[in-house]
Design a protein around this ligand. Structure first.
Ligand code: ADP
Ligand code: ADP
Length: 229
């Protein structure tokens, strides 16, 4: 059994009389430790895929399995536990708590999971040893995203999910963030699933999932992915 499995997953949103199939039979799998990039045009269903994988959204039908557990059968309580313990999230707009320092933001992880990593150590790993006592407003966009990545990693999650993590950053800073995520995957063996609408990022992935109109249009495995440098 693969580490992640989506089997004919559908997600239908009802808007009055109208039904929108944001996921219209998604099927794919990926292995532990892979750097997975999900690409596709706006509205294709990428965020829907990631939210269902992260337990933030339930599917209408089909099955979703992570590490042998069928999360698509989980109730609300199980999903809350799953989000807390198993998943680290990174968003486009960082979602840091503005009145907490970088260190305190990362320490939040220890309040919701039983075996957090040391916050200061994780901040050092993402290159921010010198910024621990700064507040988000004192940090650049790239630095704020590093704090957000540290916060996600401090939970020591099974899966790191990133939705357009470079979307608010300039090209050079964005590349450095991608390199950090790629290195994290290589050095810690964590599985990373990253969404982008920029298909140029496909070259750095172990696996590329092309989403189109709510379906996985194609998938490609790169035996020798390029470095994000
Ligand atoms: P992407 O991330 O690829 O841009 P999304 O997963 O956000 O795509 O959206 C896929 C489709 O589902 C779009 O047509 C979008 O409008 C629709 N959709 C997403 N979320 C909702 C929602 N909460 N209610 C209604 N429609 C939605
Ligand atoms: P990065 O490439 O990491 O995003 P920048 O080149 O944007 O960094 O910024 C370099 C330095 O300037 C950073 O160390 C940061 O502390 C500071 N800086 C950048 N933007 C801001 C800002 N909006 N407010 C405060 N300091 C900033």
């Amino acid at each position: 059994m693969a580490f992640v499995e989506f089997n004919d997953v559908r997600k239908v949103y009802k808007m009055g009389e109208v039904e929108v199939a944001a996921a219209d039979g998604m099927t794919f799998s990926c292995e532990r430790g892979e750097f997975v990039v999900v690409v596709g045009p706006s509205g294709a269903g990428k965020t829907t895929l990631l939210n269902m994988l992260g337990g933030m959204d339930s599917c209408t039908s089909g099955s979703i399995v992570l590490d042998g557990r069928e999360i698509s059968t989980f109730n609300e309580k199980q999903l809350t536990q799953y989000r807390r313990l198993d998943i680290g999230f990174v968003f486009q707009f960082y979602n840091l708590v503005q009145n907490l320092t970088a260190l305190e933001n990362v320490e939040l992880a220890s309040q919701i999971c039983p075996h957090p990593l040391d916050a200061a150590e994780v901040l050092a790993q993402v290159g921010l040893a010198h910024r621990m006592d700064n507040f988000p407003a004192q940090l650049s966009g790239g630095e704020q995203q590093r704090v957000a990545i540290a916060r996600a990693l401090a939970k020591n999650p099974k899966l790191l999910l990133a939705d357009e993590p470079t979307g608010a950053l300039d090209f050079k800073t964005g590349k450095a963030i991608l390199k950090l995520l790629q290195d994290t995957c290589l050095n810690t063996g964590k599985t990373v699933v990253l969404i982008t609408h920029n298909s140029a990022f496909a070259a750095i992935a172990d696996r590329v999932i092309h989403v189109r109109e709510g379906r996985v249009a194609s998938m490609q495995v790169n035996p020798h992915p390029a470095s994000a440098e």
